[in-house]
Design a protein around this ligand. Sequence first.
Ligand code: G3I
Length: 342
Amino acid sequence: ADSLGALAAPINLRIGNAVNMDKLNVDATYTSLVANQYSTVTPENVMKWEVIEPTQGQLNFAPADQLVSFAQQHNQLVRGHTLLWHNQLPGWLTTGVSNGTISNAQLRDILKRHIFDEAGHFRGKIWQWDVANEVFANAWDPNPLPNGMNGDNFWVSHLGVGIVADAFRWAHQADPHALLFYNDFNIGGEDGTNAKADAVYAWVKSVRAQGVPIQGVGNQGHLDTQYGFSGAKLQDDLARYASLGVKVAITEADVRTFVETTDSLQTPTDSLAQFAQPFEFDQMLKACLAVSSCLSFTIWGVDDADSWVPGVFTGEGYATLHDTNLQPKTAYTTLQQDLRLS
Ligand code: G3I
């Protein structure tokens, strides 16, 4: 009754996590946390193209199917992640493109086929699809296009900016009932003006005016306590997307910080970071709670041992709600309290 999912149910908000299929139904404590705490799940990796089609034409839906049935058994809704992304593509695809055996015209057909294969396979079983992920340029990307997309993005560079809208059209044909999301990071909560958030806003506005079926904007929410973040600004950014008539969601929340790397619990090196970690989670959830179109709040990683952060950011960790022994941290009880008061 005091799980995150249960506390959020009366206000029609879903609380979720990214699920690692190497652990679900394998590690009992992990599995019961996923089953009991959350009302939506996202596959951390198993709906990505490299897993779905490791060999061209041979589709591997088994691990994702396992997650979908787990979710159905536990009354959880599924966020599909993701159909068009530049990472975790199958080797046959990237190799074929780079050695010229796959032309751009063929690449377009292969992407279309992939979207129909995957969104079609899960038709009717996906609540929100992250149709396109991370195609807009960050401040540090050298080749932003006039509409703000990243000119060096694999899909945009080969197929042009229109491919992103086409991906939504194909996904909608393959699964007309799923809510189709554009998903990205650094598009909400940054202080001051943010060219990337402005570009995503302008693009969603323009493609919706053209009738492109896009119904949501996902704000990933990967935060780091050493960078500025404003919950009030995030609320404004979410409300601005929602003003276009789309739903919004926090899709990959985590808050990393520098840790004592010799400490198996990944304790932060300073007490300010120990305070900031739960505080930034609290601010993200409160921003979502304040915007009625915010449908879900998904955390990226069930526990600190399972998080992607230490593998990518040297010296950082402590990014999730549960410690490496799967015990709840202050961030967890803070979110519980936010939901109780909402
Ligand atoms: O499956 C292979 C395994 O066979 C191999 O032995 C092992 C050796 O490194 O690698 C395994 O693949 C790893 C894969 O996760 C599955 O565990 C990759 O190396 C690793 O790079 C990959 O990381 C994922 C990352 O996306 C890659 O892009 C993370 O788990 C996942 O949390 C992360 O998620 C992304 C979102 O999809 C999009 N937004 C950013 C977010 C964080 O990077």
